[in-house]
Design a protein. Structure first.
Length: 207
């Protein structure tokens, strides 16, 4: 009767030991399978999202750009979330993420991505300034009158007297020279009479 009892005890011990081993392996495997490193790189920034790491150990994360530290080694616990601005670059840049898990090298992470060059956005043209209105021209001042009056007489010429056409007197039987001739004859007659009177007085005085 004692032999079967001992066999049952041994079987029970083996079963319990196997179960404990399975539970232990499951506990160890759970944190390892939960490590989730996620990150993204653009032309201007890098985003890192680390989840479900072992909080009982020391984990570190490092980010470099073309071999230069962008984020020096930084410790974190169960999670790490960060968005960093990349330096301006005119050519593609190599961005590297290194995560060292404190619960085993097999859970660490090392990856590299390329950051493209950001396309420059052209500046909008500046609006042209409106042309200033031109000033109206000032009216010219009238010439000031001279204080000294001019001494020169006005040069106004009298129009010539109209000449009488020769045909006007021919119709009356006379000419324009008739009054002149008549006057000259009268003067000659008077002069002759005067000479005659003077001669007679001289003779009378002598006789």
């Amino acid at each position: 009767m004692k032999a079967p009892t001992r066999a049952w005890k041994r079987s029970g011990a083996l079963i319990a030991g196997t179960a404990a081993a399975v539970v232990g392996v499951g506990l160890c495997a759970t944190p390892a399978s939960a490590h989730t490193p996620v990150w993204n790189v653009t032309c201007s920034e890098v985003t890192v999202d680390l989840k479900a790491y072992n909080d009982d150990v020391t984990n570190t994360v490092t980010i470099t750009v073309d071999g230069k530290d962008l984020l020096p080694a930084k410790e974190f616990g169960s999670a790490f979330h960060e968005t960093l601005t990349l330096p301006e670059h005119k050519a593609e840049a190599a961005v590297r993420l290194v995560v060292k898990a404190g619960d085993g090298e097999r859970f660490s992470y090392d990856d590299e991505k390329t950051s493209p060059v950001c396309e420059s956005t052209p500046k909008p043209p500046e609006p042209s300034k409106p042309a200033e209105p031109s000033k109206p021209a000032e009216p010219s001042k009238p010439a000031e009158p001279s204080d000294t009056p001019s001494t020169e007489p006005p040069t106004s010429e009298a129009p010539p007297a109209p000449s009488t056409p020769p045909g006007d007197l021919a119709e009356t039987g006379g000419s324009s020279a008739t009054p002149v001739i008549a006057g000259a004859a009268a003067v000659a007659v008077l002069a002759g009479g005067g000479i005659l009177v003077a001669t007679r007085k001289r003779r009378a005085a002598r006789g």
